[in-house]
Design a protein around this ligand. Structure first.
Ligand SMILES: Cc1cc2nc3c(=O)[nH]c(=O)nc-3n(C[C@H](O)[C@H](O)[C@H](O)COP(=O)(O)OP(=O)(O)OC[C@H]3O[C@@H](n4cnc5c(N)ncnc54)[C@H](O)[C@@H]3O)c2cc1C
Length: 366
């Protein structure tokens, strides 16, 4: 089949890669003039590293990223409250949890995929799987997939409007290259307090991803117009003494800023020969670290479902709603000392179970 894919993010590239591997003809149109590799790093759970293995784009095989062994919750004074053993999920599902920069993930997926850059889609006819590009060219497939992110033009043509709303939280994030006790480690750490949440995760090659999630008031996201957000972060989190945090606050570099959005996920995403994949179908806040994982899950199932697009949407909607609903509560930003009362083994078992419930790949694996 000839499949036209709009958007060369994680969803579009993984889909095109899978389709080409399965013998289909896939062509990707991307509005940016070159690969979009900005935006920190992402955690990938066992379903996703398995899918990347099938796509021959596994981070470990390319010597990028960092295998994660634990996910830890600390208090702002550095007390360890809870440890989830991620090697339990690795043993159970046979694939690791990995943290990798978006640049390295996108580069691995894009290798060998035909992408036309600088080609924004401006008009979509979903019933005919037809797209007009900004230069006036029309492209048409047997199937059309909108993998064009939260502001998707394909979704707008299908359903109108933008269902995603600001959740009231924002993320400030970046890499620090200053060596810390966590940089060469397999520990992902989340530190919660009244001021917000800080995350620290090694991303390989001497980088540590840091991020701060802070709650905004109504209206404009917090510090969106502030000329010196680094100073604001230091003021707000300067009293925290946990582990390497004081040193990290001294070397924040140029942070990126992401307001959180969430939406409810409908049962059906498309019509006729047109469907969606990735954030265009299910934008969620980054709090469960699931958006890129769910994009890979879409790509994996859609590659196998070209003849039954509504079946693909139903099967994915049922599963993707689980992390999307949890992420929308922003609950992980509001961990309380009660986390210290929960037994590590119990939470590890729950998290291992949840990772399967959030993955069509793992749910169908033997
Ligand atoms: C701060 C932050 C941290 C995150 N951390 C994690 C994490 O740890 N784990 C995780 O799984 N997820 C994480 N995510 C979420 C994850 O990054 C996204 O869910 C994922 O990248 C979505 O991929 P996508 O391909 O659907 O969309 P996108 O990455 O948005 O790609 C869409 C592409 O479509 C292109 N496009 C848009 N409009 C058009 C058009 N009209 N014509 C042509 N092209 C177009 C865009 O330029 C873009 O390249 C995080 C997100 C944020 C903001």
């Amino acid at each position: 089949m000839r499949v036209v894919v709009i958007g060369a993010g994680v969803a579009g590239l993984a889909l095109a890669r899978g389709l080409i591997g399965a013998g289909h003809r896939a062509e990707v149109y991307e509005e940016a003039p070159e690969p979009r590799t900005a935006g920190g790093s992402v955690s990938l759970w066992p379903g996703s590293t398995a899918i990347l293995g099938e796509l021959k784009a596994e981070p470990a095989a390319r010597g990028v990223g960092r295998r994660l062994e634990t996910l830890e919750s600390w208090a702002s004074d550095g007390r360890r409250l809870l440890t989830i053993d991620l090697t339990a999920a690795e043993r159970r599902y046979g694939h690791p949890c990995v943290h990798v920069s978006r640049a390295e993930l996108v580069e691995g997926l894009a290798d060998g995929v035909p992408v036309t850059y600088g080609a924004p889609a401006v008009h979509v006819d979903p019933g005919r799987a037809l797209v007009r590009l900004a230069d006036g060219r029309e492209v048409r497939g047997d199937v059309l997939v909108g993998a064009d992110g939260r502001r998707s033009v394909v979704r707008r043509a299908l359903r109108g409007g933008d269902p995603a709303k600001l959740s009231g939280w924002v993320t400030w994030q970046g890499f620090t290259a200053t060596p810390t006790e966590l940089t060469g480690d397999g520990r992902a750490v989340m530190i919660a307090g009244r001021e917000g949440l800080c995350g620290l995760i090694p991303a390989g090659r001497g980088r540590l991803l840091w991020w701060f999630d802070v709650r905004s008031g109504p209206g404009r996201p917090l510090w969106a117009d502030d000329p010196d957000p680094v100073a604001r972060l230091r003021e707000r989190f300067g009293g925290w003494t946990a582990g390497p945090l004081p040193g990290v606050l001294g070397d924040l570099g140029e942070p990126d800023f992401f307001p959180h959005h969430s939406q409810s996920v409908p049962a059906l995403w498309g019509e006729g020969p047109t469907t969606l994949a990735g954030d265009s179908a299910h934008t969620m806040p980054p709090t469960m670290a699931q958006g890129a994982n769910q994009a890979l899950e879409d790509a994996w199932l859609l590659t196998r479902s070209l003849g039954d697009l509504r079946g693909y949407e139903r099967a994915r909607a049922k599963v993707v709603r689980r992390p999307a609903r949890l992420a929308a509560t922003e609950a992980t930003n509001m961990q309380r000392p009660i986390a210290g009362l929960l037994p590590d083994r119990l939470v590890t078992r729950f998290y291992t179970w949840f990772l399967r419930r959030a993955s069509n790949y793992l749910l169908t694996a033997p």
